[in-house]
Design a protein around this ligand. Structure first.
Ligand SMILES: Cc1ncc(COP(=O)(O)O)c(C=O)c1O
Length: 472
C-alpha cells in the first residue's frame, strides 16, 4: 500500500494508516490493536469498514487474527534487532549424554505446574478420544494384523495417505512404526553413523538430540539459526564438504524457536541432500501444531532420491504416554528396517490399533483444529503479557506453532539466576544452556505453554515477570 490518498475507500485509507504506524515501528510486533468498536469510534466509520481494513492487513500478513484476543501485529521491521538468534562460527565437538537434560526432563525433578510442561494433558479431548478407541480395541477379539516388525499395516497405510496430502509420497510399506520420535531418530543415527562421526545440528535444538549423540559417541557440529531457519550459507557448506554424516533438521514449528522454513528453503535443502549425498534426518514432530492452515510441507516432499529420513510421533498431539512414532527411511529402508527387526522382533498392537481407529474416525480433524487454536490463543496471550510488562527488555521469537516460546532475557540476567529467583511451583522453564553443547544460550529460556489457558497460566507468567523486574 502506498501513501495516503483521500479518494480511496475508507477501509483502504484506514488500513494504510494502520500499516504506516506498524512500518514506522509505532506499533511493534506482538502488540495488540484496539477493539474493532473502539477503532470504529475513533475513526468515525462503521464497524464493517474497520473489519474490511483489518481483513486487508491480515491478508498481507502484517497483522494476525487471534481468537479471543483480537488483532496482533505480526510484522517485524527489517532493521529490528533479531538477537533472539546468536551468530557464531561452527566447530564440532563430542557430545556428552546431557546429564542436566536427563535429570531435569526425563528423570523428573521439575516444578509441578502442568501449565508449563511439555506434556499434553490426559484430559485433553484428543487424548480422551484416543483412550476410548484404546478401550474398544481391547474389548475386541484380538485378530493379529501386525504382520511384521515394521508395525500395524493399516496404520502405515493411513500415515502414507496423510503424508500424500502434504505432497509427500511414501508407500505404506516404506514406513517403519517406532516407539516414538526419539526411538526413530536413534535408529536413523545408528544406520547413518558410527562412533566418532559428526552430525550437523542447527542450534538452539531439542536437547534430546545431544543426549542421543552422546550415547552413540557422535560429535555435533552446531550451525547458527536466523529467523528464516539454519544459516543457508553454512548449511550448504557443511553438506557440500561431506564433513558430516548427517544433518538433523526440525523444519516445522521448530523446538524451541517455533520457526517454520519456507517451501523454497525446504526444496533447496532437499536438492543439496541429493547433490552432495548428505542424508537429512527431518524431525517433523511439531508440524500438526502449526497455527495457520494445513500442516506445512516437508523437506521429504521435495526429496526425489531418498536422501531424507523423516521421523515423527504422536507425542506432541496425543501425549507421550503411548509410545508411537514412525520413520520413512527413504533410500536407507533396507538397513533401517533390518536393524529395527533385530532390535524389536514385533510391535505393540493395541495402541497402534487405537490410533488407526482414531485417525479414521470422525472426531480427529475437528479436535486437532480446536487444539491448534487453543495453543495459538495460549501462546499469544502469554507473549502479549510478557511484551506488555517487559517491553523491549526481552526478545521473543515469532512462533508459527507448537507450545514453546524462545525468550532472550535482559543483558544483566542469566537463565540460571532467574531459575534461582522463581518459585518452581508457580512457573517452570528450561535454561537455554540445554539447547546447545556450547554455553551459547545462557541468557535464553524456553518457556512451554500448555493449553488450556487458565488463571494459573497467567499467574505463573506474572510471577516470572515480577522475578525478571526484581532482578534488574
Ligand atoms: C523436536 C523433538 N524431537 C523429538 C522428540 C522426542 O519425541 P518422542 O516423545 O516421540 O520420542 C521431542 C520431544 O520433546 C522433540 O521436542
Amino acid at each position: 500500500m502506498g501513501t495516503e490518498n483521500n479518494n480511496l475507500p475508507s477501509y483502504l485509507r484506514i488500513a494504510q494508516k494502520i500499516e504506516r504506524h506498524i512500518l514506522q515501528g509505532k506499533i511493534a510486533k506482538g502488540h495488540k490493536l484496539g477493539s474493532i468498536r473502539q477503532m470504529a469510534k475513533r475513526e468515525a466509520v462503521s464497524i464493517n469498514t474497520i473489519r474490511s481494513a483489518l481483513e486487508t492487513l491480515t491478508q498481507s500478513g502484517i497483522i494476525n487474527s487471534v481468537p479471543r484476543i483480537g488483532f496482533v501485529v505480526s510484522y517485524q521491521r527489517a532493521d529490528a534487532d533479531n538477537s533472539p538468534f546468536e551468530n557464531f562460527t561452527p566447530d564440532s565437538r563430542l557430545a556428552e549424554p546431557s546429564k542436566r537434560w536427563l535429570t531435569t526432563m526425563v528423570m523428573g525433578n521439575r516444578g509441578s505446574n502442568p501449565h508449563f510442561h511439555m506434556a499434553v494433558p490426559t484430559d485433553s479431548k484428543m487424548f480422551m478420544s484416543f483412550q476410548r478407541q484404546f478401550q474398544q480395541a481391547i474389548m475386541q477379539n484380538l485378530k493379529r494384523e501386525t504382520d511384521n516388525s515394521s508395525g500395524f499395516s493399516k496404520l502405515r497405510k493411513i500415515l502414507s495417505e496423510q503424508l500424500a496430502l502434504r505432497n509427500c509420497h511414501v508407500n505404506a510399506a516404506d514406513i517403519q512404526i517406532t516407539n516414538g520420535c526419539q526411538h526413530a531418530l536413534e535408529h536413523a543415527l545408528r544406520v547413518l553413523c558410527k562412533a566418532g562421526d559428526t552430525v550437523a545440528i542447527p542450534v538452539p535444538a531439542f536437547p534430546g538430540y545431544f543426549a542421543l549423540l552422546g550415547v552413540l559417541g557422535l560429535k555435533a557440529l552446531e550451525i547458527p539459526m536466523s529467523p528464516l531457519g539454519p544459516d543457508p550459507i553454512i548449511l550448504e557448506q557443511v553438506m557440500r564438504d561431506n564433513s558430516v554424516k548427517a544433518v538433523i533438521l526440525n523444519p516445522n514449528c521448530h523446538n524451541p524457536t517455533g520457526i517454520t522454513l519456507s517451501d523454497a528453503y525446504k526444496q533447496q535443502i532437499a536438492s543439496w541432500a541429493t547433490k552432495y549425498q548428505t542424508p537429512v534426518i527431518e524431525d517433523d514432530i511439531n508440524s500438526m501444531l502449526n497455527f495457520v492452515g494445513n500442516p506445512p510441507s516437508l523437506i521429504s516432499s521435495y526429496d526425489q532420491q531418498g536422501w531424507c529420513l523423516m521421523v515423527s510421533s504422536i507425542s506432541k498431539v496425543l501425549g507421550d504416554t503411548e509410545r508411537i512414532g514412525w520413520c520413512c527411511p527413504g533410500r536407507f529402508k533396507t538397513e533401517y528396517m533390518t536393524q529395527f527387526a533385530v532390535s524389536q522382533i514385533s510391535s505393540s498392537y493395541f495402541s497402534q490399533q487405537a490410533l488407526t481407529r482414531y485417525y479414521l474416525g470422525s472426531l480427529y480433524q475437528n479436535q486437532l483444529r480446536n487444539w491448534r487454536l487453543e495453543i495459538k490463543v495460549a501462546t499469544t496471550a502469554v507473549t502479549l503479557r510478557l511484551l506488555e510488562k517487559l517491553g523491549d527488555k526481552i526478545q521473543i521469537t515469532q512462533s508459527t506453532g507448537g507450545y514453546a516460546l524462545w525468550i532472550k532475557l535482559p543483558d544483566q540476567l542469566s537463565a540460571q539466576q532467574l531459575l534461582e529467583r522463581v518459585d518452581l511451583q508457580k512457573i517452570d522453564f528450561l535454561s537455554g544452556e540445554l539447547f546447545s553443547l556450547e554455553p551459547r544460550f545462557k541468557q535464553f529460556i524456553r518457556l512451554t505453554i500448555m493449553p488450556p489457558l487458565e488463571e494459573g497460566t497467567l499467574q505463573g507468567v506474572d510471577h516470572l515477570i515480577a522475578a525478571i523486574k526484581q532482578a534488574l
